[in-house]
Write a protein that binds this ligand. Sequence first.
Ligand code: AMP
Ligand code: MG
Length: 343
Amino acid sequence: MNTLLLSTSEEDINLAASFIKTGGVVGMPTETVYGLAANALDEKAVAKIFEAKGRPSDNPLIVHISDFEDIEKFGLVNEVPAVAKLLAEKFWPGPLTIIMPKSDNVPEITTGGLDTVAVRLPSDVNARKLIRASGCPLAAPSANISGSPSPTTANHVFSDMNGKIPAIIDGGECQVGLESTVVSVKDDVITVLRPGGITAEDLRSVYSNVEVCDAVLNKLKEGETALSPGMKYKHYSPKAKVILVKSSDKAFYDFINKQNIDETVALCYKEDEDFVKIPAILMGSKEDLEAQAHNLFADLRLIDACENVKTAYVRCPEAEGIGMAVLNRLIRAAGFEVINLDE
Ligand code: AMP
Ligand code: MG
């Protein structure tokens, strides 16, 4: 199969929609990361997403809609919970995914066998045009091969999916660069299952009862069930080993400058540039958490573009604001391996 790289013209979006209408899978730009989109209500089409990604079948997909009314129009749930309505009013369109009890219309394959469905209304205009032109809700996980860093450009999608899907819409670089915040609403508590572009602080500004699931920054304990099944898998990893380093500036420089210059790369801040004497990938300014989020997946992909690199040491961000989402992805990319030089 040849994979077409399409523009965001009306003609190209209609062509992409025609692939979806006939049960195909298309690479879709969104403001978070690129998605691998298919008709969420068509079991066979959804099965193709799992196959293209190599994704475990118990890891559910997010269902994307173009208008709030789509929830009712496509009968995704029997009733939208009041707290979910409040969140949708405040944060949709945008990078927030809300988990609700599903209706029988949503096939089990889409929800990984769970009795809940994850719904998101993206702000990206081209994503919404594609959903409208397709005439159905689109199930779309990140468009990477399972386990590797999520794609934030059409070229990232092409390198993972070339030959596996008929088309990718090139909508440029994703604005946020990290996947959506995933929340469940139950018993009047909002629980953050995966941090993202909408921060816990943003959520607390509209609803006081917000908790962050333990598994966001900690490894699941033996036998513990993941509330969000995606949390239990190794994720976002380049081929080289990633190790997070918690430290002061000086301790980081002393440590990193002792490493083998041919086999090691540092992921550090713009301010570190003059002090790090081994090859470095700059994640953005230390204070600019948005830039770090925006660049993160492209930076993780860059590690493998550095020849002979076996280990990447990454400076550890603070878990504040969108920093919590950056840290959540980095901890998983590192398989929970963290060195603390300050202890
Ligand atoms: P991705 O498709 O790569 O953006 O990942 C989607 C994330 O949402 C995964 O971590 C899933 O486990 C999570 N998710 C999707 N649907 C549900 C659901 N019904 N309940 C809990 N987590 C969900
Ligand atoms: Mg993903």
